[in-house]
Design a protein around this ligand. Structure first.
Ligand code: PEP
Length: 249
């Protein structure tokens, strides 16, 4: 099955509102590609100005985080209905920075995936191993376990709309990219896990991205692999290079 590629920028904690609008203007003509879904996942404060700045373009809006309740006494948090009303379509869940710095575990991540779907948001569910697990050779078991935990009680129809981002932690922001073969090995394994949990049709539908120092020079090779359906891009999403990744061929 031909899956539509999805290239998403994860802006992380970068870009003030005025810088965000400026970046949208810089990238506007560079990120046009009818064959690819292009997404900007932006900090909460940038959501409203970026929604305005991308109006009438091919770019879709994403967010980086939310909390599982709809409203109430959760100081500092933002809810799925708030994101939805502001025009957000995609939501990053389970990024290694949220897991490691903010202590998010797979129980919360699973609750977030279910809440996102219930609210009409499409999750970009991140998974990936540390350097220690890579070296120990147990990375595949670890990632399979993350996927099983994070998708508990998620339906096959929902998984067909899901994006999974394989992001080896040792490759995030380090300039060290997994080789295209290393990335393909894990993305294929993730698809097999989905086939085992659901069925082949669901596994064929789910889109799996690679993330970790993807840039204008390595994108084409990574994206040529059978099971790599896109990229989640950190550093290079803040530069004109992002346009080169979107137009990798
Ligand atoms: C990320 O954090 O999702 C990421 C892939 O970052 P970078 O591209 O900077 O490695």
């Amino acid at each position: 099955m031909a899956r539509r590629k999805i290239i998403a920028g994860n802006w992380k904690m970068n870009m003030t509102p005025s810088q965000a609008v400026e970046l949208c203007a810089t990238l506007k003509d560079l990120v046009v590609n009818d064959a690819v879904d292009v997404v900007y996942c932006v900090p909460a404060i940038d959501i409203v100005p970026v929604a305005e700045a991308i109006k009438g373009t091919n770019v879709k809006l994403g967010a980086e985080n939310f909390y599982i309740e709809d409203k109430g006494a959760f100081t500092g948090e933002i809810s799925a209905p708030m994101l939805k009303e502001a025009g957000v379509e995609y939501i990053i869940i389970g990024h290694s920075e949220r897991r490691d710095i903010f202590g998010e575990n797979d129980i919360l991540i699973n609750a977030k995936v279910k809440k996102a779907f219930a609210a009409g948001l499409k999750p970009i569910l991140c998974c990936g191993e540390s350097l220690a697990l890579r070296k120990a050779g147990t990375y595949k078991e670890w990632i399979a376990r993350q996927i099983k935990w994070d998708l508990t009680d998620v339906t096959a129809d929902q998984v067909k709309e899901l994006v999974i981002a394989y992001e080896p932690i040792w490759a995030i922001g380090t300039g060290e990219t997994a080789t295209a073969d290393q990335a393909q090995e894990v993305c294929k394994m993730i698809r097999e896990v989905i086939a085992e949990m659901y069925d082949v049709a669901t596994a064929e539908a789910v889109r799996i991205q690679y993330g970790g120092s993807m840039n204008a020079s390595n994108a084409a090779e990574l994206l040529s692999k059978d099971d790599i359906d896109g990229g989640l891009i950190g550093g290079a999403a803040l530069k004109p290079d992002f346009g080169k990744i979107v137009n990798y061929k």
